[in-house]
Each structure stands twice: as structure tokens, then as C-alpha cells.
Design a protein around this ligand. Structure first.
Ligand code: TXA
Ligand code: MG
Length: 317
């Protein structure tokens, strides 16, 4: 199923038509979204979805997000609710994923949901992703386009570095603007739950819902399957909340300071989010341990710190 050669495409109409045809034929195509690059497969074709898990080397119990071009397209696959409508009105298209109960006759491969009775749906804002999804005219399952457990890709070069030869095509449309994966909210009754902090600040979601989000129960593996502690891992050790650099280390800074790379010299969290994975990729290529300056834990800082903690976590063999 996987070709040895990965075709590089761009955001022109003929190229996106080709990318959509590959997806409909059950092939894998990486594409940009405003958060990170996704590794897409037709969510209705079990073999295509299986190929995504194989290409990433991903444990198959970890469910995928179905990407759709519009709210009405998403409503075909999940049981819609008042809360879903409010969040979609406020934030779609955008870096928000909603987990809702599956609808009867949904046609989604059980590999996408890892056998759960809920589905994660997202309508991305990136114009290239929008156009591609419109041309596919169906749900596209797309995890981040990186080998499982490694740093997420915010450029086509990152995707090629990790997955070249394991997918049919990649749509190259520059760097992703947000730079962090979508925020995932569980809306299956009884309470809205923050399943993964991400590119949309949890505070903004709470404002629209008019209530605080519950946090996921870390003892319940199924409430956020696949949120493994070690993830986004560079080759070398990562040390957090570092106020100074140790001999041999590279320093990833935040705010005005001396360092090898700075997430945001101005101390802006939006800029830091957009730079996070790209900077980790760059430092990773130098094969030295990485010290990371403290990042404030509000707004997008919550998701930045979540990713940094996983990058620094002890790894399984
Ligand atoms: O920004 C993003 O969300 C990117 C771009 C490509 O859209 N995608 C992404 O996918 O980050 P991925 O596969 O790396 O992360 C999806 C996460 C999984 O870790 C899983 O925990 C959660 O979504 N998820 C998916 N379906 C779920 C479900 N039914 N219930 C709970 N969590 C679910
Ligand atoms: Mg991922």
C-alpha cells in the first residue's frame, strides 16, 4: 500500500485534486492544517487507516481525529448537541476538536475510534486543508504526521524527515501558524472535559460554555486514550524549568535571555506555541541535551507545558 516514493504537491487546484484522488483511492497524504501537519487517510477505509498506524508505528489503541470541511459534514457522523453548536459557532473552523457520541450508520472504520462509541471531529481553518477536505468530500482521519512518540511536524520538511517513503504524497504549504495540536474537548455526557490542552486556550472555551471544564481522569485510560506520558521526544534528554544552562546542554529560552534558540524573546505565548516544535526539531538535530526555560502556565502556556513535560518524560524502552 505504501509507495517508496512520496510525491510532493502544492496548494494549487490541480495538485489538491490529485491529493484528494489519492486519499479517495485509500492512499496516505500528509497535509498542512493551522495546528500541525496531518497524515491523512480516508476514515471510511479500514485498510487506509491501518496504513496510517503502520506508517507512524503507532499503537492501534490510540484513536484518530476525523477532519471535515464543515459543521454540517461533521454532523453526519456524530450526535450533535447544544454545547457542540456553541463551540462550533465560536471556534470552527479552527484548532478545536470535539469528541461526541457516534451516530448510527456513520460508516467510520472502527480503527479510527479504536472501538470507542465516540468520535473526535474537527473542522480545520487552514485554507489548503479546507479545500482538500471539500474535494475529498468525506471524513479524513489524520494524526500528526510524525513517527509515533516523536516531535510533531510544523513544516513539510519535518514530515519528510520522519516519514519519507511511507506515504503517497505530501501537500507542502509552508509552516503551520498555530504550531500546537488542537485542543480536544469531550462532550459526551455528563460534563465537558478537557481531554488535551492545545492551540485554543481552555479559558476561551470555558467562557463560551459558561462553566469550568473538568480535567480528564488520568486513571481512566479510555478518557484520553493514547495520551502517553512520553511523547514529542527528542533524541537527547530534556530538562525543564531551567534557569541556567549546564555544560554540554543547549538552551531553549523564553523571554529576554541568552540561549541557543528562543521560543519568544518578547515572552509571547502565541509566538512560543508557533515556534515550539520547529525549535525542538532544530535542537534535536544537534544531538545534545536540551534545557528549557520556564514558560508561564496560562492560556496557550498550558498546552506548551503539556508538550514539554511529555518531551522530558522518562521513556519506555
Ligand atoms: O491539531 C490536531 O489535532 C492534529 C491535526 C493534524 O489536526 N491532529 C492530531 O492528531 O493531533 P493525533 O492523532 O496526534 O491526536 C489525536 C488525539 C489522540 O491522542 C487521542 O487521545 C484523541 O485525539 N482522541 C481521538 N479520538 C478520541 C475519542 N473518541 N475519545 C477520546 N480521545 C480521542
Ligand atoms: Mg500526535
Amino acid at each position: 500500500m505504501n509507495s517508496k516514493q512520496t510525491k510532493t504537491l502544492n496548494s494549487s487546484e490541480p495538485d489538491l485534486t490529485q491529493a484528494a484522488a489519492l486519499l479517495r483511492a485509500g492512499r496516505l497524504v500528509a497535509f498542512p492544517t493551522e495546528t500541525v501537519y496531518g497524515l491523512g487517510a480516508d476514515a471510511r477505509q479500514g485498510q487506509a487507516v491501518a496504513a496510517v498506524f503502520a506508517a507512524k508505528g503507532r499503537p492501534s489503541f490510540n484513536p484518530l481525529i476525523a477532519h471535515l470541511a464543515s459543521v454540517s459534514a461533521a454532523q453526519r457522523y456524530v450526535l450533535w448537541s447544544d454545547q457542540a453548536q456553541r463551540l462550533a459557532d465560536a471556534f470552527w473552523p479552527g484548532p478545536l476538536t470535539l469528541v461526541l457520541p457516534l451516530r448510527d450508520g456513520h460508516g467510520i472504520s472502527p480503527l479510527v475510534t479504536a472501538g470507542l462509541d465516540t468520535l473526535a471531529v474537527r473542522v480545520p481553518a487552514h485554507p489548503t486543508a479546507q479545500r482538500l477536505l471539500t474535494l475529498v468530500d468525506g471524513p479524513v482521519a489524520a494524526p500528526s504526521a510524525n513517527p509515533s512518540g516523536r516531535i510533531s511536524p510544523t513544516t513539510a520538511a519535518h514530515v519528510m524527515h520522519g516519514l519519507d517513503g511511507r506515504l503517497a504524497g505530501i501537500v507542502d504549504d509552508g509552516a503551520c501558524g498555530v504550531g500546537l495540536e488542537s485542543t480536544i474537548i469531550g462532550l459526551a455526557p455528563p460534563h465537558p472535559v478537557l481531554l488535551r490542552p492545545g492551540g485554543l486556550a481552555a479559558e476561551d472555551i470555558e467562557t463560551v460554555l459558561g462553566q469550568p471544564l473538568r480535567h480528564r481522569d488520568t486513571r481512566d485510560a479510555l478518557s484520553a486514550p493514547g495520551q502517553l506520558l512520553s511523547h514529542y521526544a527528542p533524541n537527547e534528554r530534556v530538562r525543564l524549568n531551567a534557569t541556567r544552562v549546564h555544560p554540554g546542554e543547549l538552551m531553549l529560552g523564553f523571554g529576554a535571555m541568552d540561549c541557543d534558540l528562543n521560543l519568544s524573546a518578547k515572552g509571547e505565548l502565541t509566538e512560543a506555541a508557533a515556534n515550539l516544535f520547529g525549535h525542538l526539531h532544530q535542537l534535536d538535530a544537534m544531538n545534545r541535551p536540551i534545557a528549557v526555560a520556564p514558560v508561564p502556565n496560562h492560556g496557550l502556556g498550558q498546552a506548551i507545558n503539556d508538550r514539554l513535560q511529555r518531551a522530558a518524560a522518562p521513556r519506555d524502552a
